[in-house]
Design a protein around this ligand. Structure first.
Ligand SMILES: *[C@@H]1O[C@H](CO)[C@@H](O)[C@H](O)[C@H]1NC(C)=O
Length: 209
């Protein structure tokens, strides 16, 4: 094997060397491009330090929660106070038109509304008051389940928020994103008689590009 491959070796090396050189050149060029790209991304990420905004429901006020037995509907009107924090040092957030918020009980939407459109500067905390109302048909099952939850003092409510946001770096527009937040709350009661106490809350969110 050694004897047969030995004479071929220099030939192969010469041929391969040419191809290899060319490949190397391309590779180097690509590597430099990749390095530049990664470098500038890392630089941007490090200087901008983008952080996800955070949201939490701090208060709820129910003004209407009326079962109508004549047409079997439930009319709900409430205001959720949401604390929105933009922790970024350089990135501003413009909350655009086209948002939607929904409060639902065990899969049944009770009321809906939308966020105000506004611009939130960097390192800013804003309390948003979101008014929601809705009239929904209900079966007797829903009313019974709600009454039981009320009695137990554990009413599970899901708050869904979908909002298109425009990120701004100084005055430059960054790509538009869509932020989705799901808050799973447990309140002690949902009635206009007394303000609900939020007993627990868990949040999930994601961003669509
Ligand atoms: C946060 O932003 C809101 C909306 O732009 C503004 O009204 C409020 O004054 C800002 N708060 C602080 C502390 O800058």
């Amino acid at each position: 094997m050694g004897k047969r491959s030995a004479p071929r070796y220099p030939e192969d090396e010469n041929k391969g060397g040419g191809v290899c050189c060319c490949l190397c050149g391309c590779c180097c060029f690509l590597l430099v491009l990749v390095a530049l790209f990664v470098g500038s991304s890392v630089y941007l990420v490090y200087t901008l330090k983008p952080k996800a905004p955070s949201y939490s429901v701090s208060k709820m006020a129910v003004s209407k929660f009326d079962f109508s037995s004549s047409d079997l509907t439930l009319y709900t009107k409430l205001v959720a106070t949401v604390r929105a924090e933009n922790p970024n040092d350089k990135i501003g957030i413009k909350y655009a038109d086209g948002s939607r918020t929904v409060v639902s009980y065990r899969g049944t939407p009770l009321c809906s509304g939308k966020l105000p459109t506004f611009f939130q500067g960097h390192n800013n905390v804003t309390m948003l008051e979101i008014s929601m109302e809705g009239r929904h048909g209900f079966g007797s099952g829903l009313q019974e389940a709600l009454e039981e939850s009320e009695k137990a003092g554990n009413v599970p409510l899901d708050v869904y928020v979908t909002v298109p946001v425009q990120l701004l770096l100084d005055t430059y527009d960054l790509p538009q994103l869509k932020v989705n937040v799901h808050a799973a709350l447990v309140v002690d009661s949902i009635s206009p008689k007394k303000p609900p106490t939020i007993k627990s809350a868990t949040y999930q969110g994601n961003v669509e590009y």
